[in-house]
Design a protein around this ligand. Structure first.
Ligand SMILES: [Zn+2]
Length: 181
């Protein structure tokens, strides 16, 4: 790949994804945003459109990829997808189809579903554990749990079980006891 993003680039593009997530929250939607970047240029920026467009498939990542429009295979294969939250299986599938080689994730404490699959298929997944991204999702889960559960295909009553699962998975790493959450 001609362009190798620095840690500063990663922060800058994640900040654009966070901007998208905040816009979505302000619109009454799910606060997850993403940008697709090629050679230092943003090709598409998007956010979850469940509420705004009554969409079942436009998550932050798929919206960003959709906004980028039609691209050659060689462009996807040199692109980086920045997303505020660890991607679901649908968005991971889209990234795998187009062979996007690297995904930078804002956080995976509140949700994590497909990182193993991505890594098994050779995708580099870098998790920045960003406090702003965590705060956005914690507020979402606390204040709009019915929309969040709908977004990830579970009933609201099943949310705490899956959140515990995500926390348990996270706890295998360097996580603390979760008392702050
Ligand atoms: Zn998704």
């Amino acid at each position: 790949m001609a362009w190798t993003p620095t840690a500063e680039d990663d922060r800058r593009f994640l900040a654009l994804a966070i901007e998208q997530a905040r816009t979505s929250w302000d619109e009454g939607g799910v606060p997850i945003g993403a940008v697709l970047v090629h050679d230092g240029q943003v090709l598409g920026a998007g956010h979850n459109q469940r509420v705004q467009k009554d969409s079942a498939i436009l998550h932050g990542e798929t919206d960003a990829i959709e906004k980028a429009g039609r691209l050659r295979a060689s462009v996807y294969r040199e692109s980086v997808l920045y997303t505020t939250l660890s991607p679901c299986i649908m968005c991971s599938g889209t990234a795998l189809l187009y062979e996007i080689p690297r995904i930078v994730v804002g956080e995976n404490r509140t949700f994590e579903m497909a990182e193993d699959l991505l890594r098994e298929r050779g995708v580099t997944v870098d998790v920045l554990d960003d406090p702003d991204c965590i705060a956005l999702m914690e507020r979402m889960i606390a204040e709009r749990p019915e929309i969040w559960s709908e977004d990830i295909g579970v009933e609201t009553g099943e949310l705490s079980a899956s959140a515990d699962g995500a926390r348990a998975a996270g706890a295998e790493g360097s996580d603390v006891d979760g008392a702050g959450r």
